[in-house]
Ligand binder design. Structure first.
Ligand SMILES: *Cc1c(COP(=O)(O)O)cnc(C)c1O
Length: 391
């Protein structure tokens, strides 16, 4: 097969794997008419996901972006107070902060894991800081031992964004932030925040098509999350509202897909790790920084992300064009929040520089990494990568 012929069938950057269980549960919704936001699958998905992550309560919502906005809203943080987050993340995080009338304070990324640099975070804490939003990037967890220690010392609430870290784990030495020298146990991402948020968008490790969830151990917060997700309808008189709210509801059909996906998560994670091993082995020796996994972390390898070495004369956008011409679809890395014109125009982040975020935004992309990718497709990606990078 010639290179040009291959480009007719692009290898997609992400393709979900939808199985017979999902089909069966969705059919059940359609057959019985439970297609809206009431029905057995919603609670089943909430309970199942909370349990999987080691939390008491799960509140399913329409997507991950709204999960973050809702999660911040129930913490009742004073308007104008500061929330720390990485510059290198998705706009959803920043939007959640702005829409709750809070002030975003950015930190740079760790050059090896691309997650927020917890040491840099310490220098950004002020008397106005009330919370921190760690984001586990591309499946690699943030150093939650160090972050929690800081959060406890400074009285900061943790809003965890685990949208990219379904099933990722951290070797946790903490407990109330008091880090023990020895001992500890593995703990899943999404179990650290006072509220923790997930997305079940089609490219996430498990998906509902569109969907999200907030997890918490706090019963009162769970009650408010449920109320505000559904316009805070009154308990006695439905149309006399308890408070202001939104419609962030998930449908039973989405939850049915999620329930099916959840049953397969162990296999999904194993597949991602096999994919990562094949890529690791096949890309060794090329002028690329491959994913690094800290000894205290188990990554879900949501996306297999690479960063071009300085030895490569062009940037990731050009690299993506060359791969695309050979039938390989990729995605660029995030552009840091401080570099977004839309937020600069609002007066944020003037003259702020985050060198790691700036560098990886220009040098990084991720390879086809979906659940449905085959070993043959991985071999094709590897062959093209080699020919593009070394000719
Ligand atoms: C995907 C994602 C979100 C947003 O989720 P949606 O369901 O697409 O709204 C939030 N945070 C991170 C880190 C994500 O990767």
């Amino acid at each position: 097969m010639s290179m040009t012929r291959r480009s007719l069938t692009m290898i997609p950057v992400n393709e979900p794997l939808i199985g017979a269980r999902e089909q069966e549960y969705v059919d059940d919704c359609l057959r019985t008419g439970w297609i809206s936001s009431a029905g057995k699958y919603i609670e089943r998905f909430e309970t199942g996901w909370a349990q999987y992550c080691g939390r008491k309560h799960g509140v399913a919502v329409c997507n991950g972006t709204m999960a973050l906005e809702l999660a911040l809203s129930v913490l009742d943080l004073p308007a104008g107070s500061e929330v720390i987050l990485p510059s290198f993340t998705i706009a959803s995080c920043l939007e959640a902060i702005l829409r709750n009338e809070l002030i975003p304070i950015l930190v740079d990324s760790d050059p090896r894991t691309y997650c927020m640099d917890v040491e840099h975070m310490e220098s950004r804490i002020s008397s106005r800081t009330v919370a921190v939003m760690p984001v586990h990037i591309y499946g690699h967890p943030v150093d939650m031992n160090a972050l929690t220690r800081l959060a406890v010392r400074h009285g900061l609430k943790i809003i965890e964004d685990a949208a990219e870290a379904h099933g990722s784990e951290i070797f946790w030495r903490g407990g109330d932030g008091g880090i023990k020298d020895e001992g500890g146990s593995w703990k899943r991402c999404g179990s650290f925040g006072v509220v923790s948020c997930f997305s079940f968008y089609a490219n996430k490790n498990i998906t509902c098509g569109e969907g999200g969830m907030v997890l918490t151990d706090d019963e009162n917060l769970a009650r408010w999350l449920k109320a505000r997700r559904n316009l805070c309808f009154g308990k006695k008189e439905r149309f006399q509202h308890e408070d202001r709210g939104w419609n962030f509801r998930m449908t039973n059909v989405q939850a049915a897909i999620g329930c099916g996906q959840l049953e397969g998560i162990a296999g999904f994670l194993e597949r991602k790790r096999t994919m990562a091993r094949l890529y690791d082995e096949g890309l060794r020796g090329l002028p690329l920084q491959l994913p690094h996994i800290e000894p205290w972390a188990k990554s879900s390898v949501w996306m297999y992300a690479v960063v071009l070495d300085d030895r490569v004369s062009y940037d990731a956008a050009e690299f993506a064009r060359r791969l695309s011409a050979e039938g390989i679809q990729t995605r660029p890395f995030f552009l840091g929040m401080h570099e977004q014109p839309v937020y600069q125009q609002m007066g944020f982040f003037k003259n702020e520089r985050y060198p790691v975020a700036e560098r990886i935004a220009r040098r990084g992309l991720y390879l086809p990494s979906g659940q449905a990718i085959t070993d043959e497709q991985i071999r094709q990606v590897l062959a093209v990568m080699r020919s593009v990078l070394v000719g």
